[in-house]
Design a protein around this ligand. Structure first.
Ligand code: GTP
Ligand code: MG
Length: 418
């Protein structure tokens, strides 16, 4: 047990302090924490820092440090779980303090409505080849070699799909407010369907990776894991309704308390699969967005060494694509990666025996009904039957109804009543 918690005096000091900062629940948690006697000195020191921390930020930092320093084994399992719970609560307190003002100071050139099949933002540090890549993908000739100050917009046509591409001005560091229009840039990224992260092969990799990951973290953009199985919605009445608490490390009372501490009286929190503290935190924090992302390593024509793909994959845990705008390589791989990240399929429509040039871009799992609705609202009302041609080895033809599930590259003919 750390000497601190052992000593009555220190315990009293801790209680007083915590009460002062109105973290009553935390006090209870901390006091009920059974501290093993054999904690390393560094962990004890971190714990002491936590007890003495004055601000929520300091407490979070110290508690994170404490958690990282406690050896992970059976004997410390409970302690770590309690510490993580306390950390979640502290982070939520901080969240409440830092609510972002909606739409604050967005430059008009940065207000870009979504068009085409999906909106892609190109994001990276200065001079990393974003505009050159944009020109290559969208067949544009925006100036390169000079800083982009307002976004360039173009269309990347790929395999029957059209993606709206936004070439963003660069972010310089994770201090978003120190970059001109930093918040507008982040806001575009948060609003897009997919972020194309640019890493320059000719510059130091780890510096770029660290800065970019810090920017995304600070912007509360989560890109490397799917949305957790949680639904959270504020309501105007009905109290706090919670379903699926058994999937968390918290009990029902603790979850209610967390929600109340955010000043929420009426809401529904539905958890329908195993989640951790971080997932709950993200679900309750309305600023967090889950985005699909891929990495484009640019300028690979200009290097004479192999890019450390293992390192990049480990850091980002999303697809990494090597590109050169000068040698025009990588567009196909980027197109395919967009399709797979966004879970899209293309369905080709057939009219008067002719297959259209542009595909219908649908989500995986879409049916003939979804395709018909996308073509014209009348198509569902007047629908008689559809013919689907599917090439699997040899072409198969099916006569199907509205609920038939389509697959990538199906050819669809819809017969309607006049
Ligand atoms: N060798 C090589 N150089 C490239 C490539 N793409 C861009 N560059 C060079 O990299 C420099 C920066 O390119 P830009 O496309 O303007 O970079 P950017 O990221 O848009 O720059 P900012 O808008 O200032 O952030 C230019 O001098 C380009 O000539 C490439 O594929 N290969
Ligand atoms: Mg540029």
């Amino acid at each position: 047990m750390p000497p601190l918690l052992n000593a009555n005096l220190e315990r009293k000091k801790f209680l007083n302090y915590s009460l002062k900062t109105q973290c009553n629940r935390l006090v209870k948690d901390a006091v009920t924490l059974k501290m093993p006697t054999n904690l390393p000195a560094e962990a004890q020191l971190a714990w002491q820092k936590y007890l003495e921390a004055k601000t929520t930020e300091e407490k979070i930092k110290a508690l994170e440090e404490f958690i990282s320093l406690v050896p992970k084994h059976k004997g410390t399992e409970k302690l770590l779980m309690q510490a993580k719970k306390s950390l979640t609560k502290l982070k939520l307190q901080l969240l409440k303090k830092k609510e972002i003002k909606k739409g604050a100071g967005i430059h008009p050139a940065f207000s870009i409505p979504k068009e085409e099949d999906a909106q892609i933002t190109i994001f990276g540090l200065p001079g990393t080849g974003k505009t050159a890549l944009f020109n290559y993908l969208t067949n544009n000739d925006a100036p390169i070699g000079k800083p982009t100050t307002v976004p360039n917009i173009g269309i990347f046509r790929f395999s029957g799909a059209s993606f709206q591409v936004i070439d963003l001005p660069p972010l310089f560091s994770d201090n978003i407010d120190s970059t001109p229009n930093g918040r507008s840039i982040v806001s575009l990224m948060r609003n897009s369907d997919l972020i194309l992260i640019v890493i320059d092969a000719t510059q130091d990799l780890s510096w770029q990776v660290d800065t970019i990951r810090r920017i995304l973290k600070k912007s509360r953009i989560i890109y490397s894991k799917p949305r957790p199985p949680i639904r959270f919605e504020k309501l105007s009445r009905g109290g706090i309704q919670i379903y699926g608490a058994q999937f968390t490390n918290f009990d029902l009372t603790e979850l209610k308390e967390i929600i109340k501490s955010l000043g929420i009286q009426n809401c529904i929190l539905e958890i329908y699969g195993p989640v951790d503290e971080e997932d709950i935190l993200n679900a309750l924090d309305k600023r967090t967005v889950f985005k699909k992302a891929i990495v484009a390593v640019t300028k690979v024509d200009a290097i004479s060494f192999e890019i450390d793909l293992e390192y990049l994959s480990k850091e980002f845990r999303i697809p990494i694509i090597l590109t050169s705008a000068f040698e025009k390589t990588g567009a196909v791989e980027i197109g395919n990666a967009i399709f797979s990240a966004l879970n899209l399929i293309r369905v080709w429509t057939k009219k008067d025996g002719k297959i259209s040039d542009r595909a219908l871009i649908l989500k995986k799992g879409s049916t003939v009904r979804n395709a018909a609705e996308k073509i014209h609202s009348d198509f569902v009302k007047k629908f008689r039957y559809a013919i689907v041609e599917r090439q699997k080895g040899k072409v198969k033809r099916f006569r199907v109804g509205l609920d038939f599930e389509l697959e990538d590259n199906d050819i669809l003919y819809i017969n309607t009543r006049d």
